[in-house]
Design a protein around this ligand. Structure first.
Ligand code: SF4
Length: 508
């Protein structure tokens, strides 16, 4: 066993993964590139090397371990295959073998690199472990911000190369789609390479600066706040303008005569809104710009931008189209704010009944503005890896791939990536989504085809595995994994939020 800094696994994987040629050259067949690697050299992806005529995987196999007792330290595996081993170090109640560093068999009709049998809570179970090579893959990125990132369908670029596009705006977030097979394979060689590099960095939780055509630049990193045009985003809005009016109307009542909550999509106007009607608030006679949707809800009050509420407004009073002097009254108290409470303006209507005059905001109203901010969650970037695992990868698991697909659909087989739970899309195929922050660090790799390499594990009761034509003859005991790897493995702590994969589906 080696520690986290282990660089070479010295186990001879040549029999399983490659072929020896003349002059000490080893041919790696872990992907379609089929590198011929000279002694002492690395393959094109740096993941395999020729060490004295032996093909080695340059990163160690990653095992994850959970503490059985709250607060108990992890127990290292080092030496535990020796005389002092109590036999529990690799027990299935605390150790899970991930696909990270396991290698890939290609073509996939060969059994997967590790097929591990273990008993968990009285059920004989098998986990099939591999590093999948995903040509059909990408990431869906959710950026928590109401600032304008760019028009939908706009191209996203890295190093000037197209890597994806802006998709829909969601509730307080903007969605980006990066990668995908067309982006990886359909453009120039350089565009495919840069797309692959971008995916790899995002999946491994590195920061990447994305430039959106006719929009903003966004420094994106999974689990971190986005940086939009050089400014780190702080708050994800409490709701749209209409929702914000609805949430806080009661608290404003008695302290204000009108509230306008500015929002790029739905701006709310309190006294017209049903919330104001229910509170018997008299109309204030203020008409905002934009298209009226329903009472107190306005669309398109301004252009999208990085000003107030995701609009291009920097002078908030410009959003007011008119004030009806027959309805409004001198001294009328008006609050303009945003859905995050980051911007606000308090005004009093002048004697002319047409001019709003800015004034210091009263404490009770300021408290509600601060309450809006309190209801904002921290702004984050979320990166979900999406890929198709319904192809030849299945043949490493079973002789009859459709049976694996059916088994996953019927929930008999649990799919994980680096131990992280995955969401399987309904419909055909095995289309997976996984939160990259739930995998161990640096779980992803690449090959220059170009494609992303990601760990994948299929866990299934032995009886079901046999029924789906699994390669049971290649199964080894969990305790034999270290023997297979020459005693080398990288031990990581278990992600506490992940369900334990050995548990039958439906249990945590
Ligand atoms: S690119 Fe990597 S995985 Fe593919 S053949 Fe070369 S060394 Fe092997």
């Amino acid at each position: 066993m080696t520690g986290h800094d282990s660089r070479r696994r010295r186990t001879d994987r040549t029999e399983k993964f490659g072929a020896r040629e003349e002059s000490g050259i080893v041919r790696c067949d872990a992907c379609p590139i089929l590198c011929r690697i000279k002694p002492g050299k690395l393959g094109a992806c740096d993941r395999y090397a020729n060490e004295n005529g032996v093909l080695v995987r340059t990163d160690p196999l990653v095992l994850t371990q959970r503490a059985l007792d709250a607060g108990a330290p992890m127990v290292p595996f080092a030496g535990e295959t020796g005389d002092d081993w109590d036999g529990r170090a690799l027990a299935s109640d605390r150790t899970f073998i991930t696909g990270i560093g396991s290698g890939t068999t290609y073509p996939d009709y060969k059994p997967a690199p590790f097929i591990v049998a273990a008993e968990y809570e009285g059920v004989d179970t098998v986990t099939v472990v591999s590093e999948g090579i995903f040509s059909y893959c990408g990431v869906k990125v959710k950026i928590d911000t109401d600032r304008y990132l760019g028009p939908e369908c706009a191209t996203i670029r890295v190093q000037g190369e197209p890597v994806g596009h802006v998709t829909t705006a969601e509730y307080g977030s903007q969605m980006l789609a990066i990668g995908g097979v067309n982006q990886l394979t359909g453009g120039t060689r350089k565009a495919g390479r840069v797309t692959c590099e971008t995916l790899l960095a995002l999946c491994n939780r590195e920061a990447v600066e994305l430039a959106i055509d006719d929009g903003s630049t966004v420094v994106t990193q999974a689990g971190r706040a986005p940086v939009v045009n050089g400014v780190e985003e702080q708050r994800m809005r409490a709701g749209c303008g209409s929702a914000t009016v609805g949430m806080f109307a009661q608290q404003w009542h008695g302290h204000v005569d009108e509230v306008i909550v500015v929002d790029d999509h739905i701006t709310g106007v309190l006294t017209e809104h049903q919330a104001g009607v229910c509170l018997d608030m008299p109309r204030a006679g203020i008409r905002v710009r934009g298209r009226k949707s329903t009472p107190g809800r306005y669309f398109q009050v301004a252009n999208p931008g990085t000003g107030w509420g995701g609009t291009d407004i920097t002078e908030p009073l410009t959003m007011i189209r008119s004030i009806d002097p027959e309805v409004a009254w001198p001294g009328m108290r008006v609050l303009l704010t945003t859905t995050t409470g980051e911007d606000s303006l308090w005004c009093i209507l002048d004697e002319d009944r047409r001019t709003l005059l800015p004034a210091p905001i009263p404490e009770p109203v300021q408290a509600v503005v601060e309450r809006i901010g309190e209801n904002c969650e921290p702004s984050l970037c979320s990166v979900l890896f999406m890929a198709g695992a319904g192809g030849s990868l299945r043949a490493g698991v079973t002789e009859n791939p459709i049976l694996l697909t059916d088994s996953i659909k019927s929930a008999a087989t649990r799919v994980t990536m680096g131990g992280a739970p995955v969401y399987i899309w309904p419909g055909g195929g095995i289309t997976i989504l996984v939160d990259v922050t739930r995998l161990p660090a640096n779980a992803f790799g690449y090959v220059p085809t170009p494609a992303i390499v990601a760990p994948i594990e299929f866990t299934v009761p032995v009886a079901d595995y046999e029924a789906l034509g699994g390669h049971l003859g290649h199964a080894i005991a969990l305790s034999e994994v270290l023997v297979e790897t020459g005693g080398e493995a990288d031990v990581r702590g278990w992600h506490a939020e992940n369900p334990w994969p050995w548990k039958p589906v439906g249990q945590r």
